[in-house]
Design a protein around this ligand. Structure first.
Ligand code: ATP
Length: 235
């Protein structure tokens, strides 16, 4: 579904991504893992058309995305929940969710998709009229994920959904991601929370200094001694 091959990208003259390759197949949850500054967000920016790709290719369902606009990329079904959530904080929960339904198809299915979001996140139904900026961090993360679902993503991209959340809320958010997967949405999950991400994912890629240094089935990575020592604090 998404095939990223040997991309090089960065900011101005500063190269961050080095011959980075990974792929996501239909129906999978794939996790991109790495510490602060490893290049995870930069990878997402490159595939979403927010920074230029100097070389290499990004194909989504066999369409070359290099040089395509961010708008084209979103409309083709690659929908991202950014790390800072980017909610319309002075708008209500409902208004935020409605803003998510910006394609023709999504607008047509708005009611049905709203019901689906409220099934996933009952708290949002209770808080439908609340100004989203006044909600807790965890609730805002739920609004951000629900808004992305309103766009009917083919590939849902989550950038560190657990950041700033308590362990309990993190657990809840991961359970919801697992539920979304069960409903057939393909997911690319960027996380520093290696352990929880790999429990949920089918496969993972570990990035260091803009390069993939390890990849494989999530179960194999979870039991990898080097990964345990480096990221899970277990030796
Ligand atoms: P984090 O968890 O901190 O977001 P990350 O793995 O997502 O980490 P990136 O945000 O992709 O890392 O950052 C990779 C590198 O790119 C870092 O060295 C960072 O300082 C640099 N960088 C990020 N954004 C910019 C920018 N707008 N201009 C210049 N350098 C940047």
């Amino acid at each position: 579904m998404l095939k990223v091959e040997n991309i090089n990208a960065g900011y101005g003259n500063l190269q961050i991504l080095r011959n980075l390759s990974f792929e996501v197949n239909q129906g999978e949850v794939v996790s991109i893992l790495g510490t602060n500054g490893a290049g995870k967000t930069t990878t997402l920016r490159a595939i979403s058309g927010l920074i230029p790709i100097h070389s290499g290719t990004v194909y989504f369902n066999d369409v070359l995305l290099n040089k395509k606009s961010a708008e084209f990329i979103v409309k083709s079904g690659l929908v991202q929940v950014p790390e800072d959530r980017k909610l319309f904080t002075d708008m209500t929960v409902l208004e935020n969710l409605e803003m998510g339904a910006y394609t023709k198809g999504a607008r047509k299915n708005l009611k049905k998709n709203l019901e689906y979001c409220f099934e996933l996140f009952p708290i949002l139904k209770e808080r439908i009229k609340q100004i989203s900026g006044t909600m807790s961090g965890g609730q805002q993360q739920m609004v951000a994920i629900a808004r992305a679902l309103m766009a009917e993503p083919k590939l849902l991209i989550l950038d560190e959904p657990s950041i700033g959340l308590s362990p309990l809320l993190t657990k809840q958010v991961f359970e919801i991601i697992s539920e979304i997967k069960k409903n057939g949405v393909t997911i690319l999950l960027v996380e520093q929370n290696v352990n929880q991400a790999l429990q949920l994912a089918d496969r993972g890629y570990v990035i260091e200094n803009g390069e993939v240094v390890m990849s494989g089935d999530a179960g194999v990575l979870l039991n990898d001694e080097n990964l345990k020592a480096a990221y899970l604090g277990i030796t």
